[in-house]
Design a binder for this molecule. Structure first.
Ligand code: DC
Length: 231
């Protein structure tokens, strides 16, 4: 039995760079307060995966925009992944190639615009949504916004450990370099770059465990009366 329940329709935005722990923390917080989690990165990853599968040029904004318009009505974005033609694409979009493609897709303003409505619609009944621009662009009225950071080295170490768990042989320095490049692209892009919303609470997770981050978030939600105790 959970100790907490989110108030009806609560929207929690968690933004931050790759490897800052957003996914883990969002899932743990969700199980504490009974809200679904929606990972917005999956949307960009899915468009990238379909672009790769259909030979759409990832550097061609118009083609990516057309692809995203075509895909949006056909896909079903759920807490357990993106469903398309009866298949869950969650696993297929997690790889490095798709991740690198997603970073290009995410830089395309038209694609971002085409994905806005689906994000707002899915959030309407309450959720924890994680990404890069959730607090700043997608859900500017979210009742709680967190901006999760961690040092580049620690984020690279976490990514590298994830790869190792999946028996993928990767070099830590290589992961660090790729992360650095992705950070730069996400932060410097023209459309909805990664930035902390003015009213977001920053949490540096470099030396914190996931449960310590979640505790801080619960403290904020409790003080704002956005969660009620079920005990
Ligand atoms: O969090 P992730 O690695 O799954 O995200 C994949 C890419 O999509 C990454 O380059 C950042 C981008 N992204 C974004 O621009 N806006 C979001 N709300 C979520 C992800």
């Amino acid at each position: 039995m959970r100790d907490w329940q989110a108030v009806k329709g609560l929207q929690v935005a968690i933004d931050g760079p790759s490897g800052s722990g957003k996914g883990t923390v969002a899932a743990d917080l969700a199980s504490e307060i009974g809200l679904p989690v929606l990972d917005s990165g999956l949307l960009y990853r899915f468009v990238a995966a379909m672009a790769l599968a259909r030979d759409v040029d990832l550097n061609h904004a118009d083609q990516l925009a057309a692809l995203s318009i075509d895909l949006v009505p056909q896909m079903d974005w759920r807490p357990d992944g993106i469903w398309f033609e009866g298949e869950n694409y969650d696993e297929q979009v997690r790889g490095e190639e798709v991740g690198a493609g997603a970073s290009k897709v995410a830089a395309c303003g038209q694609v971002r615009a085409n994905l806005l409505d689906v994000q707002r619609q899915r959030a309407a009944s309450g959720c924890i949504m994680d990404g890069r621009d959730i607090g700043s662009v997608v859900l500017p009225d979210a009742q709680a916004k967190f901006f999760l950071t961690a040092s580049l080295r620690e984020r690279a170490r976490r990514r590298w450990a994830q790869y190792k768990d999946k028996h993928t042989d990767t070099d830590l320095e290589q992961v660090l370099m790729e992360l650095k490049m992705r950070d730069q692209r996400d932060a410097e892009r023209q459309h909805a770059p990664l930035r902390q919303a003015e009213d977001a609470i920053a949490i540096d997770s470099t030396t914190l465990r996931a449960d310590e981050v979640v505790d801080r978030m619960l403290g904020v939600l409790e003080r704002r009366k956005l969660i009620v105790t079920t005990a």
